[in-house]
Design a protein around this ligand. Structure first.
Ligand code: ATP
Ligand code: MN
Ligand code: MN
Length: 299
């Protein structure tokens, strides 16, 4: 309860002395995970998650009360935030100076559990080259009437198209309804160019399956189609980070998978806070080669 004394967090995971108050508070209803479960999840997957999170501006989706209605996005520094969290001043997409937050060390990452952080969303760049993205993302958003299997088949098709132009795409479940195809790129172009190039690429990809894909946002033309959302590639836009949980019942995780494994997934929601840690230790990180797979985006 809210009046529970501060309790030292004790688990099999090494939580580096981080404190979590109200560790038994349940999130998202009576049968939901506890605040401690979330902290333990992030400690357990840190080895896999941190290489993809550290040094990138982040937005946190925080749910301090554990009620969905009280959750909010936090992308700027906040009162009482962990001192180990980094602040960075940079322009947004409208060229206005803003101060963003970034996780640059393990302590800050672990400490965020205390702040009710459920989801981590990150920019496709790192602080040391903030003006030049190193990853672009095609967020495949299924319209009404699209089954999971169709999303998988579409993603596998797009993989081949991207490989054919010399790119090395990686894939993860979104933790929601779709999948994310992530393409590591050399840090040679700015955000405007990357967003524009990803738009043209999305249109070219959509043209390879006009009955399947759309590249415009309107709800009506998305019925029975898959929207290739390339707008995550604008400056200051974010996408949910690899291994982040999602703030919904059973807390599914946005899970990187080998392409072959993607085809064997029947229900992505089964990859969640309780199942994923044990799956990871045996399988290794399917994105281990992502930083060695950067290519130039075709002009
Ligand atoms: P799904 O597979 O269900 O589409 P998703 O994570 O891809 O899951 P989208 O709606 O396609 O969900 O993507 C929206 C993205 O935009 C989020 O992942 C998040 O990074 C960002 N976003 C959405 N709302 C906000 C907000 N209020 N503040 C900051 N970022 C936001
Ligand atoms: Mn999406
Ligand atoms: Mn989207």
């Amino acid at each position: 309860t809210d009046t529970a004394p501060r309790q030292r967090l004790i688990s099999d995971a090494d939580l580096a002395g981080i404190w979590v108050t109200n560790p038994t508070r349940r999130l998202f209803g009576r049968n939901g995970p506890t605040k401690l479960d979330i902290a333990v999840y992030y400690a357990a997957v840190g080895e896999f998650m941190l290489p993809h999170l550290l040094g990138r501006p982040v937005s946190l989706f925080r749910c301090p009360t554990g009620k969905t209605a009280d959750c909010f996005f936090q992308r700027h520094p906040f009162t009482g935030m962990p001192t180990s969290l980094t602040s960075i001043e940079t322009a947004n997409s409208d060229n206005e100076k803003q101060t963003y937050i970034a996780v640059t060390d393990t302590n800050a990452y672990l400490a965020l559990a205390q702040f009710g952080t459920i989801e981590f969303h990150s920019w496709g760049t790192r602080l040391e080259h903030i003006d030049t993205p190193d990853r672009i993302i095609f967020d495949l958003d299924p319209g009404e009437g699209i089954a999971w299997r169709e999303i998988v088949d579409a993603a596998v098709h797009l993989r081949a198209e991207l490989q054919a132009i010399g790119l090395v795409p990686f894939v993860k479940t979104s933790g929601g309804k779709g999948v994310h195809i992530v393409v590591p790129i050399r840090t040679t172009i700015g955000w405007k160019q990357a967003h524009a190039a990803s738009a043209r690429l999305a249109e070219a990809l959509a043209a390879t399956g006009p009955d399947t894909f759309v590249t415009t946002m309107g709800a009506s033309n998305r019925k029975r189609r898959i929207f290739i959302d390339y707008h995550r590639n604008a400056r200051s836009a974010t996408a949910v980070a690899a291994y982040s949980l999602r703030a919904r019942p059973h807390l599914p995780a946005s899970t990187p998978v080998d392409w072959q494994v993607l085809e064997s997934i029947d229900s992505p929601e089964d990859l969640n806070y309780s199942s994923l840690p044990s799956l990871l230790t045996s399988a290794g990180d399917p994105w281990a080669d992502i930083n060695q797979s950067e290519r130039d985006l075709p002009a």
